[in-house]
Design a binder for this molecule. Structure first.
Ligand code: CDP
Ligand code: CDP
Length: 258
C-alpha cells in the first residue's frame, strides 16, 4: 500500500523538518482520497507520529457489530465509545503486512478487522453521534496538543481524518485537504478490497463511498469540509509521489509565512 519513497524528495523533506518546530500537521479529506498515504509518508519522512483518527470511529463501529450492539442504539454505541480502550502502536518489524499502525481494542489486534466492508457501511452512522464524537475528539485533541507542545517523544504529529483542521485542532498551522473524484476513490478502494479477497463489486464500493460522503458532509456535528486555511490537493489523476511533493511544497510555503 505504501509506495517506495522517491529519493528526490529527501531534500525538501529535510528542509521542511529543519524549519518546523514541534508541529501539528492536519490532513482531512473524503474516503479513499489518498490522505493516509500522503500523511503516513510525511510522518515517516519527518520522524513524526502518524495518527489516523478514522480508526477510532472504526473501532467503535467494529465493537458494536461484533458485540451485538445495534448501530441505531445511540446510547449503547456512545457508551462503547467511552469505555473501549483503543491503543495505537507503530508496526513491529515483524508486521510487514502493509499496516501503517497497529490498532488494539481492549488488547485485541483489530487492525485489519476495521477494514471490513461492514465497518465501512456503518461507520458514518456511528461517527455522527454527538457523544461518540465528544469522547473521541477529546482523546485526539489531547494527543495532538501533547505533540504540539513538544512534550512527546517525537518532534511532531500528523493527524488524518475528516474534522482535524476544522474541529480537533483548528489552531494547527499546517493543514491539507486531499481530494479525488468519487469514481477514482471507488476504483482505489475496490482495488484494495479485491487485494484482500473481499467479495465486492465496483458498483457497491462506489455506492458505499457516495453514501459515506453524504453522511460525513451533511451531519450537523463536525461535517467534512475544507478549512479556510487548508491547502486543497486534488490527486485524482496523479501518483502518490507527485501528491507528496505538492504537499511538501504547500507546507514549505506555509512555513515561510508563519
Ligand atoms: O480511510 P477512509 O477515508 O475510508 O475512512 P477513515 O478515515 O478510516 O474514516 C472512517 C469514518 O470515520 C469516516 O467515514 C467518518 O465517518 C469517520 N471519521 C470522522 O467522522 N472524523 C474523523 N476525524 C475521522 C473519521
Ligand atoms: O486514507 P484514505 O482513505 O483517504 O486513502 P488511502 O488509504 O491513502 O488511499 C486509498 C488507496 O488509493 C490506497 O491503496 C493508495 O495506495 C491509493 N492511492 C493511489 O492509487 N494514488 C494516489 N495518488 C493516492 C492513493
Amino acid at each position: 500500500m505504501t509506495a517506495t519513497p522517491d529519493r528526490q524528495l529527501d531534500e525538501p523533506i529535510a528542509a521542511l523538518g529543519a524549519c518546523l518546530r514541534p508541529a501539528i500537521i492536519a490532513i482531512d479529506g473524503p474516503a479513499a482520497s489518498g490522505k493516509s498515504t500522503v500523511g503516513y509518508r510525511l510522518a515517516k519522512a519527518l520522524g513524526y507520529l502518524y495518527f489516523d483518527t478514522g480508526v477510532m470511529y472504526r473501532a467503535v463501529t467494529w465493537a458494536a457489530l461484533t458485540r451485538g450492539v445495534a448501530i441505531a442504539d445511540e446510547q449503547a454505541v456512545s457508551a462503547l465509545a467511552h469505555s473501549l480502550v483503543i491503543d495505537l502502536h507503530p508496526p513491529q518489524p515483524t508486521q510487514q503486512d502493509g499496516r501503517h499502525a497497529t490498532v488494539l481494542v481492549d488488547g485485541q489486534d483489530v487492525t485489519w478487522l476495521l477494514r471490513a466492508p461492514e465497518v465501512d457501511r456503518n461507520v458514518s452512522a456511528v461517527s455522527a453521534y454527538a457523544e461518540v464524537r465528544a469522547a473521541l475528539t477529546a482523546k485526539q485533541r489531547a494527543i495532538a496538543h501533547r505533540y504540539g507542545r513538544g512534550d512527546a517523544e517525537r518532534a511532531g504529529i500528523v493527524l488524518v481524518g475528516r474534522d482535524i483542521g476544522t474541529v480537533v485542532v483548528p489552531d494547527a498551522p499546517l493543514k491539507l485537504y486531499i481530494d479525488a473524484t468519487p469514481e477514482e476513490r471507488a476504483r482505489r478502494r475496490y482495488h484494495e478490497l479485491r487485494q484482500q479477497d473481499k467479495a465486492v463489486t465496483y458498483a457497491q464500493v462506489l455506492a458505499d463511498i457516495l453514501r459515506r460522503d453524504r453522511i460525513d458532509s451533511e451531519r450537523t456535528l463536525a461535517p467534512l469540509r475544507l478549512a479556510a486555511d487548508a491547502v486543497r490537493i486534488d490527486n485524482s489523476h496523479q501518483s502518490a509521489d507527485v501528491t507528496l511533493k505538492q504537499a511538501l511544497e504547500a507546507l514549505c510555503a506555509r512555513v515561510g509565512k508563519l
